[in-house]
Design a protein around this ligand. Structure first.
Ligand SMILES: [Zn+2]
Length: 282
């Protein structure tokens, strides 16, 4: 079977296979050879991160529309930029993958810049450490927003369905890797980050310093951050010691599933938001 047909038939299973296989592998690696020291806060974060991940799998399955459905519609009706121009094979592959990467970059930028979206995306950034369990730690409302922003762009670009699936499988692999508490040797890291996002690059985005959080919005390819001037390779503090998360909330609230689900209702986060109870549960 050709790769294109195989991906259209088995793409979803491939995404789950890559997710569970690579998740397990990286969890073992980051336990044996962690880049940042394993503090006492590491494991208490996992129940909330695991519950959000499980919830998101259900939400994703329940959403009535998908990027793939839109790409199929665009292809069937010849709609969109990439269906209007006749690109040779390799250029078409590159245009589809980087085009999908641009949709992801724009969506992530909006998550940070639109105040209402940021209330939701904060859940991902409230994690006070970074490891493979952070990868799908999102508020479930993030997915309908990503669809609302992305669906018109999938149509406008005219993405090819099987290349979209190829991107999604790659996205699972790269995002698990970029959130993991691992590091590549310097020269290899510099080589890999020419093409895809590395843990060293994505860690900058999870810094508590706002100017560092406002960089590296790319999930798979760093190219759009380079194009739009949001590419940053280093943090002010040493990456092993730098604070991760948001400066406002460092206590047990960041590990409480109920509090995290209610976070979008809060206009701003307060270090003393829960008063004494939060202080005591630290
Ligand atoms: Zn972000």
């Amino acid at each position: 079977m050709e790769l294109s047909r195989w991906l259209l038939v088995h793409g979803e299973a491939a995404q789950y296979g890559v997710f569970f296989g690579l998740f397990t592998f990286l969890a073992v690696v980051e336990r044996r050879r962690p880049f940042r020291p394993l503090g006492p806060q590491r494991l208490p974060r996992w129940p909330a991160n695991g519950m959000l991940t499980a919830l998101n799998v259900v939400v994703l399955g329940a959403l009535p529309v998908s990027f793939l459905g839109m790409a199929r519609f665009a292809e069937a009706n010849g709609i969109g930029l990439l269906h209007a121009v006749a690109l040779p094979g390799p250029a078409l592959v590159l245009a589809n993958l980087t085009g999908r990467g641009l949709i992801s970059w724009v969506t992530h930028l909006l998550m940070h810049k639109v105040p209402l979206f940021w209330r939701i995306h904060r859940v991902h950034h409230l994690d006070t450490e970074l490891d493979v369990s952070t990868t799908v730690r999102f508020h479930p409302l993030e997915f309908p927003i990503a669809l609302a922003v992305g669906l018109p762009l999938v149509l406008a670009l005219g993405l090819t369905p099987w290349l979209l699936v190829l991107y999604e499988v790659g996205d699972v692999a790269v995002t698990l890797f970029s959130h993991a508490n691992v590091d590549l040797p310097g020269p290899i890291e510099r080589l890999v980050r020419l093409v895809v996002v590395t843990p060293g690059l994505h860690r900058v985005h999870h810094s508590t310093r706002p100017e560092e959080t406002d960089s590296n919005f790319g999930a798979v390819f760093p190219i759009w951050d380079q194009v739009f001037g949001t590419y940053r390779t280093a943090t002010r503090e040493p990456p092993r010691e730098m604070a991760i998360g948001l400066a406002e909330v460092r206590d047990a609230r960041s590990r409480s599933i109920l509090w995290l689900l209610g976070v979008p209702l809060l206009s701003r986060l307060d270090a003393a938001g829960l008063g004494r109870r939060a202080q005591e549960s630290r």
